[in-house]
Design a protein around this ligand. Structure first.
Ligand code: HEM
Length: 521
């Protein structure tokens, strides 16, 4: 069975169209020679109420690493096996598209980098990845620190006034402020303000999430989409955000035209290091819808994901005080009250492990979506082109076959002196940022953003679940949300010890102090 599929893959690579291949390879596909993918039957009811990836976990334990789920005329393949995930995402990634995901997100992301496929994706990926170069990410560390400081100021007030805080929405605002500045040099300042534009961004986001879990595409029904008050509100919000984007592009274009910087690999305008600035300086077409689509895509991709990771990290920390004190010890000794720098990212090892482990237990998004563009084999099973596939990262990350005490929050599972866990060194049992050619372009950015936020927050405050807070349950949109927020009591840490940064002779201490003030990285 492997041989025909290898020949087929080979022919497909040299450009033989899938229809032709289907015709010639149909004899090999005759399924009587092959095992059939297990079908999860009578399991559909269980799916409707909770976050949908929870029942998929039970089905995985019953039916194994790949099974089929049927809803009336539609059926989905659910993949929870690391080698099949690797095949789809990496080894034979060309044979898969974003499928349903692209259809759902089209209204807001158009052909932006996340939904795009084929040639559009290839060209845009090559244009956008260089914008997130090392110097850019290093410059962002400062932004992460400043924005987190705003959140600290806010929490400081809550602590003095003994008011509980809802951390999920605060994290959402923190990451919105970060991504607005990072992608198009716009300060939403949502931690201190509520403006029309912020509300519009949230309206659009909520709609994207609603659509991704709605069984019926109401928004496609011709008359409904014009008269439904909700759709009208969504369209107005979209227009507002798009107009704002157009203004930002125009402002940025003027800056680019006036500057006399030479464009090069690590090009960066110190005053405006944004991705938009890089793209315009690199010659991206200002008037194109593609540029808007990509900006909108990055705004959404980089916003709710990071917020969700932070939310679940603090939830997990509140339940494991020993992890919290170990974390606080590390931050005390590495940072003290300084705002983190790029050098600190290497030193905050345990902080990084805490985030690695939080992303294992609460992957964002919990499933990856693909559609087969040609017939293929998944493990020993033949599949046809046009299959809709959900790769359950949730199942991979919590599989009892790959993890000891899979449900336990245990950052120690990865030794501090070992490599940072990723999909490659964990053989696709762990893929917090996906894998293969479509892996997240913001992985480094996001990791540092979360390390900075976690470190600064736990240095200054203790966090506990608020008394009488609603139990924390999960619900899904694109990422895993809580059903009723993460209500916490925040207290200032009592006289946090100020620990000197480095134990070195006086002269060198002065040196290192002065270099950390400079802007060279
Ligand atoms: C793709 C996760 C932050 C931009 C992805 C994918 C995952 C992911 C799993 C792969 C999706 C798939 O294969 O279907 C995360 C997580 C983040 C995060 C967990 C934060 C903790 C960011 C940030 C940015 C970003 C900050 C932008 C600066 C993108 C883009 C893609 C992507 C553009 C699509 C890449 C492509 O298809 O070529 N992300 N992401 N992400 N992410 Fe992220």
């Amino acid at each position: 069975s492997g041989f025909p599929s290898q020949v087929r893959n080979g022919l497909s690579k040299v450009g033989v169209p899938p229809e032709v291949l289907d015709f010639f390879f149909q004899w090999f596909d005759s399924s009587k020679d092959h095992p059939k993918i297990p079908e999860a039957k009578g399991a559909i009811k269980a799916i409707q109420n909770e976050a949908f990836f929870i029942p998929l976990y039970e089905l995985y334990l019953t039916y194994g690493g790949i099974f089929r789920l049927t809803f009336g005329p539609k059926s989905f393949l659910i993949v929870s096996d690391p080698s099949i995930a690797k095949h789809i995402l990496k080894d034979n990634s060309k044979a898969y598209s974003k499928g349903i995901l692209a259809e759902i997100l089209e209204f807001v992301m158009g052909k932006g980098l996340i939904p795009a496929d084929g040639e559009v994706w290839r060209v845009r990926r090559r244009t956008i990845v260089p914008a997130l170069h090392q110097k850019y990410v290093a410059a962002m560390i400062n932004l992460f620190g400043q924005t987190t400081q705003r959140l600290c100021d806010k929490l400081d007030i809550a602590a003095s006034e003994r008011e509980d805080v809802e951390m999920e929405s605060l994290f959402s605002r923190l990451t919105l402020d970060v991504i607005g500045k990072a992608v198009f040099n716009y300060d939403f300042d949502s931690l201190t303000n509520d403006t029309g534009i912020i509300e519009a961004v949230y309206t659009v986001l909520r709609e994207a999430e609603d659509r991704s879990v709605s069984p019926i595409p109401f928004w496609e029904i011709p008359i409904w989409k014009d008269i439904s008050p909700k759709q009208k509100k969504v369209n107005e919000a979209l227009k507002l955000v798009n107009d704002a984007l157009n203004d930002l592009i125009a402002i940025c274009k003027r800056m680019v035209d006036e500057e006399d910087l030479q464009f090069h690999e690590e090009y960066m305008n110190e005053e405006d290091p944004s991705i938009l600035h890089f793209l315009l300086a690199s010659g991206d077409d200002v008037s194109s819808k593609q540029l808007r689509d990509d900006l909108m895509t990055m705004l959404i991709a980089g916003h709710e994901t990071s917020a969700a990771v932070l939310t679940w990290t603090f939830y997990l920390l509140s339940k494991e005080p020993t992890v919290m004190s170990k974390l606080q010890n590390e931050v005390d000794s590495v940072l003290g009250d300084r705002i983190p720098t790029i050098e600190d990212m290497k030193k905050l090892k345990y902080t990084t492990r805490v985030i690695n482990e939080s992303m294992r237990l609460y992957p964002q998004p919990p499933v990856l979506i693909r559609r087969s563009l040609e017939n293929d084999f998944l493990g020993k099973y033949p599949i046809k082109r046009g299959e809709d596939i959900f790769i359950s990262v949730w199942n991979l990350h919590r599989s009892p076959h790959h993890w000891i005490d899979a449900d336990k929050f245990n950052p120690e599972r990865w030794p501090l002196d070992g490599p940072n866990p990723n999909e490659t060194n964990q053989n696709f049992s762990y893929l917090p940022f996906g894998g293969g050619p479509r892996k997240c372009v913001g992985d480094m950015f996001a990791s540092f953003e979360m390390v900075v936020a976690v470190a600064m927050l736990v240095r200054r405050f203790n966090f506990q679940m608020a008394l009488g807070a609603p139990a924390v349950k999960m619900t899904t949109g694109a990422t895993i949300h809580t059903t009723e927020g993460l209500k916490m009591t925040v207290t200032r840490r009592l006289q946090p010890p100020i620990v000197p940064t480095l134990e070195m002779p006086l002269l060198q201490v002065e040196n290192s102090a002065s270099s950390s003030q400079g802007d060279s990285v």
